[in-house]
Design a protein around this ligand. Structure first.
Ligand SMILES: Cc1cc2nc3c(=O)[nH]c(=O)nc-3n(C[C@H](O)[C@H](O)[C@H](O)COP(=O)(O)OP(=O)(O)OC[C@H]3O[C@@H](n4cnc5c(N)ncnc54)[C@H](O)[C@@H]3O)c2cc1C
Length: 476
């Protein structure tokens, strides 16, 4: 059974009959797609197959004007409004029942200025599209680790990837954004213009408006990189994990690493040594000169019994950025995460115990290292909140079998609850949250001392809470 966690809306469902759609069709440049139209079911589909929403209207926005009119339409109709970029939010924030979805996917242009290293990205682009353009100039913007994830949702909610220890969260590289507010007006958010809005969108999610484009400062990296990427049998985790932890604890900022306790699919495209096997993956990327980095990441290889070592293949940044991309098989998901101040022996034993007891091979226990440049940004410098923890622990419940989702969800909830008892357990990464109704307290806790200011900014820019299909921050 799917868990649908869209915040309840008092607004009645708008009716878009044919006459109204014809009238609106003359206004918008992008296509308007309503229930029954060809393509409606494809367009409303989200990354999480467990979420099955039926919007009253999908606006395939082609530019800022469509977004401005889409926002005004939702406001005037009193319709629930969702904004969709990559559609990856595990709680399904990219869509809404009986409301209007502003689908930004056709707004995916990326423009790189190689002289200033600035990368201009439209609000519906994915990280794969950014990497494609930026890498042509040997530039990289800190993004996520899957190429199909949206830049919009990931950045506004923080953004943790392979470059997080070297250059911080994705939102830390944001220089400005142009945002369509609830009034339908377009404003710029930067250190110089509307700085309160700029502060709020770096971690506060889509609460304040629609980012129609985002400008990032990119860094010199790639195409060639140094990376370690080894698969160990899951049974070797008790040997391998402490060795990885010791390396990760003392790593220089250039190295971002992670441990993934998972099962590889039993499919022909999976290399035979790991096909259908329970594994522990250790990955480490060096964000700097590959010649300098190679001996550094070599330390992350061969930490114990090894089934497969792909390090010598993962030498291209874009390849590394898509190493975890899935195929088209629908996956039903429910995730929860928390930060850890340390990976004590007790925490490692707990992680291994949970990994051995996963209810479905698709369930991933993910331990990304954080810290470095990310942790040096003060909690109140951006809306994101406290980012001092050196590690995250995420229970990414995923199954291809919808009948197993209840069991997976219960397991994720129980595991996350038990993890909260570990020494040094802290807040939650809100981009890895799959159940907002239950997590209201978690949302407030993560913003911590920033919550009051966020609520004031929300009141200034969206007093009617039009943008509420997100990790919602109610106006003050
Ligand atoms: C397979 C997978 C891999 C992931 N990997 C990573 C990772 O490596 N690192 C990481 O940090 N996170 C990762 N995530 C989590 C990801 O950051 C969140 O799911 C994020 O919300 C996805 O953004 P999106 O644009 O794809 O999603 P959507 O569902 O389209 O949007 C999510 C939220 O952001 C809002 N939003 C999106 N675009 C805009 C915009 N332009 N303006 C205003 N609001 C907007 C939406 O309204 C919605 O509330 C991953 C998720 C999945 C499913």
């Amino acid at each position: 059974m799917a868990t649908d966690t869209t915040p309840a809306s008092p607004a009645p469902a708008p009716a878009f009959d044919e006459a109204r759609l014809t009238e609106l069709g003359a206004l918008f440049r992008g296509a308007l797609v309503a229930p029954g139209d060809p393509g409606y079911d494809d367009l409303r589909r989200l990354e999480n197959a467990a979420i099955d929403r039926h919007p009253a209207l999908i606006v395939r926005c082609t530019g800022t004007a469509d977004v401005m009119d889409g926002v005004r339409l939702a406001r005037d109709e009193g319709a629930p409004l969702a904004v969709r970029a990559g559609g990856h939010h595990v709680g399904g924030h990219g869509s809404v029942d009986d409301g209007i979805v502003l689908d930004l996917r056709d707004m995916n242009a990326v423009r790189v200025d190689p002289t200033t290293s600035m990368v201009h990205v439209q609000g519906g682009a994915t990280w794969g599209q950014v990497d494609r353009e930026a890498q042509a100039f040997g530039l990289a913007v800190p993004g996520g680790i899957v190429s199909t994830t949206g830049v919009g949702g990931l950045t506004l909610g923080g953004g943790v990837g392979w470059l997080v220890r070297r250059w911080g969260l994705s939102c830390d590289s944001l220089v400005s954004a142009r945002v369509v507010l609830a009034s339908g007006e377009l404003v710029t958010a930067s250190e110089d213009e509307n700085p309160d809005l700029f502060w709020a969108i770096r971690g506060g999610g889509g609460n304040f408006g629609v980012a129609v484009d985002l400008t990032f400062e990119a860094q010199r990296l790639g195409p060639e990189i140094a990376m370690a990427f080894s698969f160990h049998p899951l049974e070797a985790a008790a040997d391998v994990l402490p060795r990885w932890r010791d390396l990760a604890r003392d790593a220089d900022d250039e190295v971002t690493s992670r441990a993934m306790l998972w099962s590889m699919a039993d499919r022909e495209d999976v290399p035979p040594p790991v096909r259908g096997r329970d594994v522990l993956i250790i990955g480490a990327l060096y964000a700097g000169d590959p010649a300098t980095g190679r001996p550094v990441v070599d330390a992350y290889r061969g930490l114990g019994e090894t089934l497969l070592d792909m390090s010598d293949l993962l030498t291209d940044y874009r390849f590394a950025q898509s190493a975890f991309d899935g195929d088209d098989t629908p996956v039903h998901s429910y995730w929860k995460s928390l930060y850890l101040d340390d990976l004590t022996d007790e925490a490692l034993a707990f992680i291994i115990d949970r990994a051995m007891d996963r209810p479905d091979p698709g369930v991933l226990v993910h331990v990304p290292a954080m810290g470095g440049a990310c942790a040096r940004v003060q909690a109140d410098a951006t809306a994101f909140g406290d980012r001092s923890a050196p590690f995250m622990l995420s229970f990414d419940g995923m199954t291809e079998d919808p009948a197993k989702l209840d069991e997976v969800r219960d397991w994720v909830r129980a595991s996350a609850e038990a993890a909260r008892l570990l020494e040094g357990a802290g807040g939650t990464y809100l981009n890895f949250v799959g159940d907002d109704a239950a997590d209201r307290r978690v949302v407030d806790q993560q913003f911590g001392g920033n919550l009051a200011r966020l609520r004031e900014v929300k009141k200034a820019y969206d007093p009617g809470n039009l943008f509420r299909v997100n990790n919602n921050i109610p106006p003050a």
